[in-house]
Design a protein around this ligand. Structure first.
Ligand SMILES: *Cc1c(COP(=O)(O)O)cnc(C)c1O
Length: 376
């Protein structure tokens, strides 16, 4: 499978060997416990430890994260369950953990929890590989690239090399890119972590997360953490996620092409400032992005004059709903400052580009922009 194209790999990922009269992708297995006589050895004993529907999904994600490699993937009930599993299972009191200061909005909550456990947390921006300066003596470096919502891109290989030289583990939050956009384990990271709520499942209807590792010892720690806290996905969600992966390449191809088309059009509008898309050749993230990314993601961000203009723009859109999250087949957009926490201007828009036809989407955005500006 390692030499095949992403589309071929995606439609077949994690499927069991064909068996006469069995479905291609077996349905969800709803089980709290399994028949088990004698000594309690696996593979399936109790529903908090293992479930065959997870096994299929975990194999599928592993084939996308590290084609041809022996990789271990653990699925979780949400992206935050996966993020916490790495950070909270690795950190010991007295350790130093390095986080980005421009990452996902729940990271400050994790930081507070780590500090309550006696962990020292340092932060630095994603851009300019600024986390390099915070690595001294750290146990783990947490990278989010492209960062959310600012879309800065750091040089993962460079950060990994410096971290490993000092005995520091590296985890990459790969939510925005998905494994079709970049493969952190190939870039040297120890953990590839994602919220599969976003582009991986792509329909905005389930929450899920995963952690993938090449090192069996690190993977065992993550798996043990899932067992301890019980942050397990339901079998139905796991099955829906696996079903969704079959169209991952189709969705991501279209959404990334749409995102570039939208960014190119926005670049020509005077009322749009601070435009960011790592796939735009003029974007400050582009040089790093082309070195490590295979696709540049479905999120475009930009700034409109003020809060009112941004609100008028959002309500004028007909093909993009005003909603948070990203990576789904239906475009969504939001004024990010409404949440607080992110260091962004009041008129900052995070636009998640869906799988609509590009001409329709671009026309809708241009009309909404004109209405938003005229209405002011
Ligand atoms: C959404 C998101 C998360 C958290 O995922 P949930 O599935 O909402 O728990 C973590 N990291 C990034 C970059 C995200 O966008």
């Amino acid at each position: 499978m390692s030499t095949m194209g992403d589309g071929t790999r995606a439609v077949r990922a994690g499927l069991p060997e064909p068996e006469q009269y069995e479905p291609t992708l077996p349905g969800p297995v709803f089980a709290a416990h399994f028949h088990l006589s004698g000594d309690p050895t696996g593979p399936y004993t109790y529903g908090r430890d293992t479930n065959p529907t997870w096994t299929h999904l975990e194999r599928a994600i592993g084939e996308l994260e590290a084609p041809g490699e022996s990789v271990e993937t653990t699925v979780f009930a949400s992206g935050m369950a996966a993020v916490s599993a790495v950070l909270l299972s690795q950190a010991r009191s007295g350790d130093v953990i390095v986080l980005p200061d421009d990452g996902y909005q729940a990271l400050p909550l994790v930081r507070a929890q780590l500090e309550a456990y006696g962990v020292e947390v340092r932060t630095a921006p994603t851009g300019g590989d600024a986390q390099l300066a915070a690595l001294e003596g750290a146990r783990l470096l947490w990278i989010e690239t492209p960062s959310n919502p600012g879309l800065d891109v750091c040089d993962v290989r460079r950060l990994v090399e410096a971290a490993h030289a000092g005995g520091t583990l590296v985890a990459v939050d790969n939510t925005l890119a998905t494994p079709l956009g970049q493969r952190p384990l190939e870039l040297g990271a120890d953990f590839s972590v994602a919220s599969d709520t976003k582009g991986m499942t792509g329909h905005g209807d389930i929450l899920l997360g995963h952690v993938a590792c090449l090192d069996p010892g690190l993977a065992a720690g993550v798996r043990r953490w899932r067992k301890v806290v019980g942050a397990i996905p339901g079998p139905m969600e796991a099955w829906l996620a696996h079903r969704s992966l079959a169209t991952l390449e189709l969705r991501i191809e279209r959404q990334c092409a749409n995102a570039l088309a939208l960014a190119e059009v926005l670049a020509g509008h005077r009322e749009v400032t601070g435009l960011r898309y790592p796939g735009l050749p003029t974007d400050p993230s582009h040089p790093n992005a082309v070195r490590q990314m295979r696709r540049f993601g479905s999120v475009v961000s930009f700034v409109l004059a003020d809060r009112e203009t941004a609100e008028r723009f959002l309500s004028a859109l007909r093909l993009a709903e005003d909603a948070t999250s990203f990576g789904g087949v239906r475009s969504t957009a939001e004024r990010r400052a409404r949440w607080g926490g992110d260091a962004v201007p009041e008129g900052f828009i995070r636009f998640s580009v869906g799988a609509e036809n590009p001409a329709d989407l671009v026309a809708d955005v241009e009309r909404a922009l004109a209405e938003a500006v005229d209405g002011g």
